[in-house]
Design a protein around this ligand. Sequence first.
Ligand code: GLN
Length: 253
Amino acid sequence: MCRHLAYLGPPVTLASLVLDPDHSIYEQSWAPADMRGGGSVNADGFGLGWYPEGDVAVSGGPVRYRRNVPIWTDENLPGLAGSIRSGAVIAAIRNGTVNMPYGQAAVAPFMLGDWLFSHNGRIPGWPDSTLKLAERLPVADLLQLDASVDSALLWALITNRLTEGVPPADAVATVVQEVEAAAPGARLNVLLTDGEQLIATTWTHSLHVHQTADSVTVSSEPFGPHQWTEVPDRSLLVATATTLHITPMEGQE
Ligand code: GLN
C-alpha cells in the first residue's frame, strides 16, 4: 500500500521532510517497513503538494509536483526539494492497486482549489462496489475524475460534500463510513489539508503523529529522530500547526 505524510508548521524545505531523514518517504519507496494488504515497493509514482510561503490566498493556493516514475529516478527532485520551503506539505508515493491504471493522474496528492488530498488504501470490489455511491455525483464530476482509480472517486465524493458546505472533518468521516458500508474491508487512510487545517483518518492502515509546540507531522511510517505516537485504527485526526485532536470514528470494532 502507498505511503503518505503531511506537515503543518514553520516553513521547512521539502527535502527535510521527504528526502533527508532516516527512513524518509523517499527510502520508504523501496524499503517500506509496514506495508499491509499487499505490495512491496512504492514505485508507481510520487507526488508532492505544498503551499508557497506567505498568505495562501495571496499566493493562489497549493502547488503540486507529480510524476509517474519511482521517486528515486527523478534526478531533478533533490535540487527542487532542497530549495522549496513551505509550512504545509503533503507527500505521497504510490503502489498502485492491482487492476487500477498507471500514470501521473492516478498519483496523489489530488487537488481542488485550496485543498490537497491523499489516499492510502483500496476499495474492495472496485468499481462495482462504488456504483451506488457514485450515483450522488453529477455526471460532470465523474467525467472529470483525474483517473479511474478508487482514490480519485473517494476524492470526488469528499469534494462533493465540501462544495455543499459540509465541514471538512464531517465530509471525510461521512465518506469513509459510506465507503466502508458499500465495500466492507476497505482500507481508507486519507489526508486532507487546505494549508491551515489537516484532517486524517486511520482505517485499517498505519499512521503515526509527531507534534511539537508549533508543528504537526503525520506519516504512514515513522521517520527521522522524532518521537512518534501511533494513531489507533479507525480514528479521525484533526489538527492545525498548534492543535491536535484524535477521536474514534463511529463503527469502531
Ligand atoms: N488504491 C490506490 C491506488 O491504486 C492507493 C494504492 C495504495 O495505497 N497502495 O492508487
